[in-house]
Ligand binder design. Structure first.
Ligand code: DGY
Length: 394
């Protein structure tokens, strides 16, 4: 996989200012995927990088929510389509969200831009939208100001069928009023996808949220799935730090103070999710009020958020090295020693280039340059061996 073929993947998946994560399997614009691909585009086409985020934000709701999916153009290749979500807006969107990587992507594109006037103008226009989205997270998903945001659907975590969600999702009923018409298993082998029973529960949640009119307070109060995902919280903390930098340039003193306050709260709440015995951070089940046992790659993402004490960085390094002795390529999405590890099934084992990128950034920022280089090399080797299919981030 040369730089040229990586670019060819983006060009091939371009649908007019936005990029589909995978041809056919994911035929619309997805939130966090677009954050990552925007940074990829910006390495050779800065304007196109910004365009990716601008197109995604065509789907942003008035209350600040940035949806998980924006359905710019119809496609029969995906379930659940816009008719299942039942959201009447243009363009149609889904009604849940995804990990908030956007402020980080915009800050990075702004920092690295060679065309300064264009980057300044586009970032200035994006900044209030990003601020609105972070305020939405706080208001809709952490209304008491505890410092951890709730995710209400495994799809919101981006790590849909992670073993971390097995128990919490197991409490969600399998009854749905929506006929399940899966398309994903037409495009990829079923052994790489979530199970039928998981889909019933996924769609039960969609039915429930549609029933309460996608009203954030009712969704939060009534959802049978409610987790403080360590991945989402770490990505949001990092995004808040990046938004703070943007606020210093494009915002007001009051906004700087507001973001600074949120960062302090999140930092201290995330600190409390550390597992000394696991040598990794854990998600927290907000319904059973208990940490979610079992290590996954999401538990390494506080490295990406920054501010992790040195002994914890060392302990996560040891965890990662132990995983590295059990698999060919870092970073497996689930601890390979976990009985639930499945090397082919989506987020239960396979390596994800986007996670690796965040882990590399985090390790390098925390000073473990050797392990950062190891993960980077593993990623490049894996992608090169796999060819163009492996570069797609889903
Ligand atoms: C899926 O796999 O269909 C979900 O939309 C992922 O976000």
């Amino acid at each position: 996989m040369s730089q040229q073929s990586a670019r060819a993947v983006l060009l091939g998946n371009d649908r007019g200012g936005y990029t589909v994560p995978t041809d056919r399997l994911y035929p619309f614009q997805w939130n966090w995927d677009s954050g990552f691909v925007a940074m990829g585009w910006a390495t050779f086409d800065e304007a196109r990088g910004f365009r990716e985020i601008e197109r995604l934000l065509e789907g942003q709701w008035d209350d600040g929510l940035v949806p998980q999916i924006v359905f710019h153009a119809p496609s029969d290749d995906y379930f659940p389509g816009p008719e299942v979500w039942g959201i009447r807006r243009t363009p149609p969107t889904s009604g849940i969200t995804q990990p908030p990587i956007l402020a980080t992507a915009v800050r990075r594109m702004w920092d690295g831009a060679r065309d300064r006037p264009a980057a300044e103008a586009r970032t200035a226009a994006l900044y209030p939208r990003l601020l609105a989205s972070h305020r939405w997270w706080q208001r809709a998903r952490d209304p008491t100001g505890a410092g951890l945001v709730a995710t209400l659907h495994p799809w919101e975590t981006g790590m849909d069928n992670s073993p971390a969600w097995d128990t919490a999702l197991g409490r969600v009923p399998t009854e749905t009023r929506t006929p399940i018409r899966r398309r994903d298993t037409r495009h990829v082998d079923a052994s790489m996808r979530p199970l039928g029973e998981e889909y019933l529960r996924f769609i039960h949640l969609v039915d429930r949220f549609r029933d309460v009119g996608w009203e954030p307070r009712r969704m939060l109060a009534t959802s049978p799935f409610r987790a403080a995902d360590i991945g989402t919280n770490a990505i949001l903390l990092r995004a808040e730090r990046d938004l703070l930098t943007l606020a210093g340039r494009f915002g007001t003193a009051a906004e700087v103070a507001e973001i600074t306050e949120r960062i302090a709260r999140m930092q201290s709440a995330i600190d409390g999710l550390w597992s000394e015995t696991g040598g990794i951070y854990l998600s927290f089940d907000l319904i059973s009020n208990a940490p979610i046992a079992g290590a996954t790659s999401a538990g390494l993402l506080p490295l990406f958020a920054g501010g992790v004490p040195a002994p914890r960085v060392a302990a996560m390094g040891a965890t990662l090295r132990r995983w590295g002795r059990a698999v060919r390529y870092l970073v497996p999405s689930t601890d390979p020693a976990d009985a639930r590890f499945e090397p082919r099934r989506y987020w239960r084992g396979p390596v994800w280039a986007v996670t690796n990128w965040m882990v590399v950034e985090g390790l390098a920022g925390a000073g473990d340059l050797v392990l950062a280089a190891d993960v980077q090399l593993a990623t490049a080797t894996l992608v090169r061996g796999g060819g163009s299919v492996s570069i797609s981030i889903r």
